[in-house]
Design a protein around this ligand. Structure first.
Ligand SMILES: *Cc1c(COP(=O)(O)O)cnc(C)c1O
Length: 411
């Protein structure tokens, strides 16, 4: 940073501290990742200053010749990477992308079936705190009591009774693969749209490490900052026949001017995602999650669904008599950054939860592998069984710091 320390030393110092925090802690937040420096360069570039409305070749302000090329590249690379017929790269976030999908083909109060939030679904899938629940009539499906996985027969019977105009599949907290073909059959049989929200798993899908929802879905949305490694922002993919509806729903329907710097960042990650290095990171992300789940299970932690097939490991801390809040705070105190999470049929109530959601995307991006997952499981366990022993926690913190030094984020 050349200019910021002069203009605003307070903010400059805080950014420096944040950078140090990132280098010296283990990021196990499933919704985060370390992004390439080229992405940060594009996001902090002069592109911030261009105001655009509309789409390439059809703008409402002059001076768009270069940004039109940037947006066209982002669109064509998104389509190529995911084998999609149509792409809109303007959504500011996953939630914005989802709003645009809903408003593209639904009327107010139309019926939508989605996964319940405590069972893994997202706020923007009709949770009562979200605008989506005020605009549309949602019903929610839950996971099976025994397997904690989606019960497709139950989804089918709810769908046949409720008759939604759209079915939403995809989750914030669900460590298993989803059978998109089955969901597509259910949707088709009741003439509903199928909308897949792959916010968390976009990078894994891009690298073809897990199955893609694109061939089976009318609409797919994702965010670029989770496994995708591309920084902030959302994207919508859809069938060609919905393209103009989606475009109108994003702008002017749900958003005004879009962020050219973020559109450029999306273009860059869609290029980098074709490199062997990206594919390798995504493969390792899943392998690392499997290792971490196994290592924690071996230490007596109950893993929700019994394991993982993506980047997430959902731990039921109730199996150790700890609540999520204490787990999250204790781990943060030793430099392991996680988030507490509600789990299906959570026994905790009144604002506390039993779960801890872990994700391996960021540590795998840092180059860590199975050996480190074993070490991380050991460190998590050491901390969590010694919540009140400051000397043990200090020792764990030192080991976390040493591990981080071995795997620098930005070298
Ligand atoms: C993270 C996430 C989103 C995203 O949203 P933001 O608006 O970018 O915070 C949407 N859907 C799901 C399923 C998610 O996990």
């Amino acid at each position: 940073m050349l200019h910021l320390p002069k203009d605003d030393p307070a903010i400059a110092r805080l950014i420096e501290k944040e950078e140090k925090r990132i280098e010296t802690t283990l990021d196990l937040i499933a919704a985060e990742n370390h992004v390439p420096l080229s992405i940060l360069e594009a996001m902090g570039s002069i592109l911030n200053t261009k105001t655009i409305e509309g789409y390439p070749g059809n703008r409402f302000h002059a001076g768009c010749r270069y940004v039109d090329e940037i947006e066209r590249l982002a669109i064509s690379r998104a389509k190529l990477l995911f084998g999609a017929e149509y792409a809109n790269v303007q959504p500011h976030s996953g939630t914005s992308a989802n709003l645009a999908v809903f408003f593209s083909v639904l009327e107010l109060e139309d019926k939508v079936l989605a996964m319940s939030l405590p069972h893994g679904g997202h706020l923007s899938h009709g949770h009562r705190a979200s605008l989506t629940s005020k605009c549309f009539t949602f019903q929610h499906y839950e996971v099976d009591r025994e397997t904690e996985r989606i019960d497709y027969e139950s989804v089918r019977s709810i769908a046949e009774e409720f008759r939604p105009k759209m079915i939403v599949v995809g989750a914030s907290s669900y460590p298993r693969l989803i059978d998109y073909e089955k969901m597509a059959h259910i949707a088709e049989d009741i003439s509903a749209y199928l909308f897949t929200d792959m916010a968390h798993i976009g990078g894994l899908v891009a690298a073809k490490v897990i199955p893609s929802p694109v061939p089976f879905s009318d609409f797919v949305s994702f965010t670029c900052y989770k496994t995708m490694m591309g920084g902030r922002g959302g994207v919508i993919l859809c069938k060609h026949r919905y393209g103009s509806k989606i475009d109108r729903a994003v702008f002017p329907g749900c958003q005004g001017t879009s962020a050219v710097n973020l559109i450029a960042a999306k273009a860059i990650i869609f290029k980098l995602a074709q490199d062997p290095q990206f594919i390798e990171i995504q493969k390792r992300t899943v392998a690392d999650a499997v290792s971490l789940a196994n290592e924690l299970a071996a230490r007596g932690y109950r893993i929700v669904t019994g394991g993982t097939e993506n980047h997430q490991v959902i731990v039921d801390l109730g199996s150790k008599g700890i609540i999520g809040e204490i787990g999250e705070d204790t781990l943060e105190s030793v430099g392991i950054i996680t988030n507490r999470n509600v789990i299906p049929r959570d026994v905790q109530t009144r604002g506390t939860v039993s779960g801890l959601r872990l994700g391996t995307a960021a540590v795998s991006a840092r180059g860590m592998g199975p050996g480190e997952m074993k070490e991380i499981a050991e460190l998590i366990d050491e901390a969590l069984i010694n919540v009140n022993r400051k000397n043990v926690l200090d020792q764990v913190a030192q080991e976390v710091a040493a591990l981080c030094r071995k795997f620098p984020v930005y070298g």
